[in-house]
Design a protein around this ligand. Sequence first.
Ligand code: GDP
Ligand code: IMO
Ligand code: MG
Length: 423
Amino acid sequence: MAVDVILGLQWGDEGKGKIVDFLANKYQLVCRFQGGPNAGHTLKIEGKKFVLHTIPSGIFRENIINVIGNGVVIDPITLEKEINKLSETGISFLDRLYVAKKAHLILPTHRYLDAASEASKGKHKIGSTLKGIGPTYMDKTGRNGLRVGDIYESSFNSKYKSLRDKHLALLRQYPPIDFDLEGEEEKWFASLNQLKQLKAIDCEYFVNKAIKEGKQILAEGAQGSMLDIDFGTYPFVTSSNTITSGVCSGLGIAPQQIREVIGITKAYCTRVGGGPFPTELFDGDGQKLGEIGMEFGATTGRPRRCGWIDIPQLKYTLMINGVTQIVLTKLDVMDHFEEVKIGSKYSIDGEETGELPYDLMTKEITPVYTPFKGWNKDMAGTSDYDKLPDLAKDYVTKIEELLEMPIKYISTGPERKSLIVRE
Ligand code: GDP
Ligand code: IMO
Ligand code: MG
């Protein structure tokens, strides 16, 4: 067993980038296993902020190989921009960034299809990041997709054209949207040259060889478990398996190689885009969490919806992921509240339950809250558990009690060093 996993236990943006970066030094390989540029993983190192979309968050640690796995969907235009931006920092990384030949490519027309599909849904829209994720995974499972390995084939241009034409025909089914295909195609083909600079690998052989050689591997998830295509709040989800099982298919490893599953939750809860969110707040507290937590999407800049931590939701995602270690992030955001709350159960049709119903949309869910006295004291940035106010410690202990699992890491600020490690 050599593979540890880091993934989100809520609706994304739990702070995965920061935690991957913090822990990356213990590993030789950091591998993204699903999702694409819909992800926005923020790292703050010595006052400087970086947002990664496709590149794994181990890239800032010297000597670590970063793999974009076969389960990821890649937009070469976004990736090129990201590479250029990262190059400005002066760190050397291109020789440490590998890409799976079996990873699928996002075409400009995938993005147009995403936009047209969302526009046609009106008020029922998913709130997609419009990066072309859904249409690309549809082509993957529909067996029409283009993969990184195809770029090197002589048939690539004709394969591209036939898929593009299929998309253009599909687009005619929707109300028209504006796009500049010629311009985007030019950029897309130009960006393939950058993609070709990266080492293209057979991810399954590469990762399994690394395991045999005794290397330590960290698999980095994107999105959150509640956005999983199978177990999330369908249809308000993304189009990949964001949970632990996605690591096996997204990198080509066997389940018995997975050791620790490190699940991340915020000390409260957020969601961006549409869909159910039982503990969502529409009052001053929600607004305050959003303001202090600076809850704006790292990819789209949209404001994130905010609410209290939701125990039934977390128990569900602990279960489907087989989480062995919990990380609680953004505890500092709750520093200045007279009272905070924990959504400890749901009341549905007058009955209390700790389980999620089949469809969170069709049921009237009233969270049952456990109120808590706020600690109302600044502890942002600390890496020392003893420096937490007693009431903050009580809040952490109560969550542990309700989740029936200890919390191993507590994050108290965006900086790499603002992390409490509890042995
Ligand atoms: P990811 O998608 O899971 O990597 O998370 P995002 O980067 O989208 O969103 C998390 C945001 O919270 C980023 O702006 C981080 O810099 C920030 N952040 C992470 N951990 C903490 C923390 O403990 N406290 C505070 N205040 N901010 C944090
Ligand atoms: P990270 O990795 C938060 C949400 C979108 C939308 C739904 C579908 O930064 O945590 P898609 O673009 O996949 O078609 O959007 O999923 N979503 C995310 N929300 N964090 C993310 O990634 C997300 N990636 C997608 O807002 O509701
Ligand atoms: Mg994010």
